[in-house]
Design a protein around this ligand. Structure first.
Ligand code: AMP
Ligand code: TRP
Length: 326
């Protein structure tokens, strides 16, 4: 059975980009694979965090995983900092990664610009991500398109270590969705939907109230042509909304375009509000129930124990192959 690993940062504002690009796949993969899903709090602290908020967001993301259908009886769900081997392997992989490789990471280049005084952790972020993945002999990593370069790096590090020290790591592969792998901002459809955009109407969060979802969609940037057709270059706004419609409804973009022949953007947007809210309703309801339950913390503790066992086996192998320790 193949092993699946993925992680999401506990930074609030989990949006439909996160859901359509990554989280949705977590659920689909549960039945045919051994899945491990992590809340990557140590990645979150690469930029400043308020401790109280961080703690709250850890439990929010855990409850969201479960609200969308991740089942802790089938999958291992845990918090990254509860398994110390992530940091341990991180150091060892640091010593097998080059400054030049990390300097080329586009996400670092973008994030660096937003930060006055970027931390070493922000630069080193992709190595910690490689540790997360390689620690569990992961075959498949379901993520959004923006993580492609990081997955490539994890593969390069695995291949390099295997070459230097003998077979140590499984070389992982990324898994990307066909639709929803890159959901764009509603206010500026040429940049990706992100948790950190100061304009709240730029994104739809999974827990937004129906009225807020409506406002965000109705005010989404489009164009003045007035015809519903798909062209990312000429019509990035409408194309993004078509992608979102398609991902939530399961209908192909071509079919949706046909259905809206002769209709204006207003009609299309109104229906999209319905489609999105119908999909989010059950998630919102389950979230409230799970977030306030005792089982949530129990499931995370149990997950950390199971994850630690696997991680420790890998660390023994790594240390032995590299000649570390007694
Ligand atoms: P993060 O919140 O940065 O931890 O991202 C969690 C997951 O969501 C990762 O797999 C990302 O690749 C994915 N993701 C983030 N933003 C988007 C987006 N706008 N479209 C599609 N996937 C995304
Ligand atoms: N870097 C990922 C993101 O920002 C989150 C992440 C951390 C991750 N470790 C991971 C994703 C391991 C997949 C596998 O989206």
């Amino acid at each position: 059975m193949s092993r699946v690993f993925s992680g999401v940062q506990p930074t609030g504002n989990i949006h439909i980009g996160n859901y359509l690009g990554a989280l949705r796949q977590f659920v689909d993969l549960q039945d045919g694979s051994e899945c491990i899903y992590c809340i990557v709090d140590m990645h979150a602290i690469t930029v400043p965090q308020d401790p109280k908020e961080l703690k709250k967001h850890i439990l929010d993301v855990a409850a969201l995983y479960m609200a969308i259908g991740v089942d802790p009886k089938k999958s291992i769900v845990f918090v990254q900092s509860d398994v110390k081997q992530h940091a341990e392997l991180g150091w060892i992989l640091n010593c097998n990664t080059y400054m030049g490789e990390l300097s080329r990471m586009t996400q670092y280049k973008q994030k660096k610009q937003k930060s006055e005084n970027p931390s070493v952790g922000l630069f080193d972020y992709p190595v910690l991500m490689a540790s997360d993945i390689l620690l569990y002999d992961t075959d498949v990593v379901p993520v959004g398109n923006d993580q492609k370069q990081h997955i490539e790096l994890a593969r390069d590090i695995a291949i390099r270590v295997n070459g230097k020290y003998g077979k140590t790591f499984v070389v992982p592969e990324g898994r990307f969705m066909k639709s929803g792998a890159r959901v764009m901002s509603l206010d500026d459809p040429t940049s990706k939907m992100s948790k950190s955009n100061p304009n709240e109407k730029s994104r739809i969060c999974l827990l937004d109230e129906p009225g807020k979802v409506k406002k965000a969609i109705m005010s989404a940037t489009t164009d003045s042509e007035g015809v519903i057709r798909y062209s990312i270059k000429e019509k990035p706004g409408i194309s993004n909304l078509l992608d979102i419609y398609s991902a939530f409804s399961g209908k192909s973009v071509a079919k949706i375009v046909k259905e809206y022949e002769g209709h204006g953007y207003g009609d299309f947007k109104k229906d999209l509000v319905e489609v999105v809210n119908t999909s989010l309703d059950p998630i919102r309801a389950r979230f409230e129930e799970i977030r306030n339950s005792k089982e949530l913390v129990e499931a995370l503790k149990d997950g950390a124990e199971k994850a630690s066992e696997i991680a420790e086996r890998t660390m023994k192998r790594v240390k032995s192959n590299m000649g570390l320790g007694l």
